[in-house]
Design a protein around this ligand. Structure first.
Ligand SMILES: [Zn+2]
Length: 80
């Protein structure tokens, strides 16, 4: 049994949006409404990072979302 800290920054595997949740085993996406368990058959089902404070989790979530936008910009630049 893996014990996680109370606040998690998670990426929804269905819509790809990042959000902060306090869920323990599974979470419901606030954006697409689908729910998924964190782990499935001993493997991580979602991208997740856990934190002891909500503030840290939210900050990480913002940076995480921002990085993906930057990465997307770089990869499209390379294609040109
Ligand atoms: Zn979603």
């Amino acid at each position: 049994m893996i014990k996680l800290l109370p606040y998690k920054a998670v990426q929804c595997p269905f819509c790809g949006r990042k959000q902060v949740t306090q869920a323990v085993k599974r979470f419901s996406c606030r954006l697409c409404g689908k729910s998924t368990s964190f782990r499935h058959k001993g493997k991580w089902n979602v991208k997740l990072k856990d934190f002891s404070s909500e503030k840290q989790a939210r900050e990480y979530c913002q940076i995480w979302s921002g990085e993906e936008l930057i990465e997307g910009g770089f990869s499209s630049a390379k294609e040109l």
